[in-house]
Write a protein that binds this ligand. Structure first.
Ligand SMILES: *[C@@H]1O[C@H](CO)[C@@H](O)[C@H](O)[C@H]1NC(C)=O
Ligand SMILES: *[C@@H]1O[C@H](CO)[C@@H](O)[C@H](O)[C@H]1NC(C)=O
Ligand SMILES: *[C@@H]1O[C@H](CO)[C@@H](O)[C@H](O)[C@H]1NC(C)=O
Ligand SMILES: *[C@@H]1O[C@H](CO)[C@@H](O)[C@H](O)[C@H]1NC(C)=O
Ligand SMILES: [Zn+2]
Length: 291
């Protein structure tokens, strides 16, 4: 899939046994199936270099406030049914505001809509009719508006995913598809540790803002197209603090970066300045944001 990135949870071991009673006890592993080939990235990056808009002024310190609309899809009015409390959503936006400080973006929660649909809760997933129905009926705002859909990702191509996002460059072709879908339980205080401190939305909105994974492209080439994120051969899971997977690299892997796969609590490296610069350039170029 060219337009979306899928962040998957791989269920480990015996947890796949049907009806595992305690979700809390299931060992999970953040994983991602990006369907963007290196050739597609190369072509997208060529276009970006051609079309890239300059900052509003040299050494710009501009900041901007962007709207967020939350769409809580639920199966019933329990947490297991996806009926997340408003406090978790507000805590999630607080996490976003701390995590995005270096980028110059402040996020402003505008609305929370609650949508009763057991079908969508279970089945909304990349490129499904349920996803198209949900987004086309509920997406709000323009290119600069972040629409977040919280769902159960229980069936079909979404089963086991933590979330997925669209890229800025895809907005103009498919505006109604634009946005981020996350597993409802990944928000702060949610029931899927170690992915319950809100970093799934930080990561997914990183893609929505124009970032690739830090391990994109492995050790060769331009990697994630950000200069100050060292190359990395593959994703880091759990809480690896120091490693160097590319033999020619003089720097340690950015395992704690938001765009790697570490546990929420271990994403202590945040976004780099270079990622902030790329986000601003992508947001100017594709989302008409003056930053
Ligand atoms: C922008 O920053 C560069 C490097 O710090 C500096 O040389 C230059 O004078 C700055 N430009 C403006 C307009 O402040
Ligand atoms: C609510 O929905 C969830 C997810 O489909 C389900 O596991 C749970 O049993 C439901 N709870 C009630 C009380 O219906
Ligand atoms: C970043 O944090 C500082 C210190 O709290 C604050 O003054 C500034 O407004 C924040 N920037 C953004 C873009 O939120
Ligand atoms: C998008 O919507 C925001 C919020 O209503 C508004 O401030 C902004 O000017 C709009 N952007 C464009 C390009 O119209
Ligand atoms: Zn990702």
């Amino acid at each position: 899939m060219f337009s979306s990135i899928y962040l998957a949870i791989l269920l480990l071991g015996a947890s796949l046994v049907a009806g595992a009673p305690h979700r809390r006890d299931i060992a999970r592993r953040r994983g991602c199936g990006t369907h963007i080939s290196s050739a597609q990235i190369a072509s997208a990056e060529r276009l970006f270099q051609t079309n890239r808009l300059p900052p509003p002024d040299e050494n710009s310190t501009a900041t901007v406030t962007l709207d967020i609309h939350f769409h809580v899809v639920y199966a019933n009015e329990t947490l297991d049914g996806g009926f997340v409390p408003d406090e978790q959503i507000r805590a999630q936006v607080d996490v976003m505001n701390r995590d995005y400080n270096i980028t110059g973006i402040t996020w402003n929660l505008v609305t929370i809509s609650r949508i009763l649909s057991p079908d969508w809760f279970a089945k909304v997933a990349p490129d499904t009719p349920e996803e198209a129905d949900l987004k086309s009926q509920y997406r709000k705002g323009n290119a600069s508006t972040l629409n977040v859909y919280t769902v159960g990702l229980k069936e079909g191509p979404g089963q086991g995913l933590l979330g997925y996002a669209t890229f800025p460059k895809d907005y103009s072709g498919q505006p109604s598809n634009d946005g981020v879908v996350i597993l409802y339980s990944t928000m702060p205080g949610g029931p899927t540790p170690p992915y319950n401190m809100g970093r799934t939305l930080t990561h997914e909105s990183g893609h929505w803002s124009g970032l690739y994974h830090t391990f994109e492209g492995g050790c060769t080439g331009k990697g994630d197209h950000v200069d100050d994120t060292p190359p990395e051969k593959e994703a880091a899971y759990g809480c690896v603090k120091t490693r160097r997977t590319c033999p020619k690299s003089k720097l340690d892997d950015p395992t704690t970066n938001f765009m790697d796969y570490s546990d929420d609590a271990c994403m202590t490296g945040g976004f780099t300045k270079g990622q902030g610069t790329r986000i601003r350039a992508q947001m100017r170029t594709y989302r008409a944001v003056a930053i």
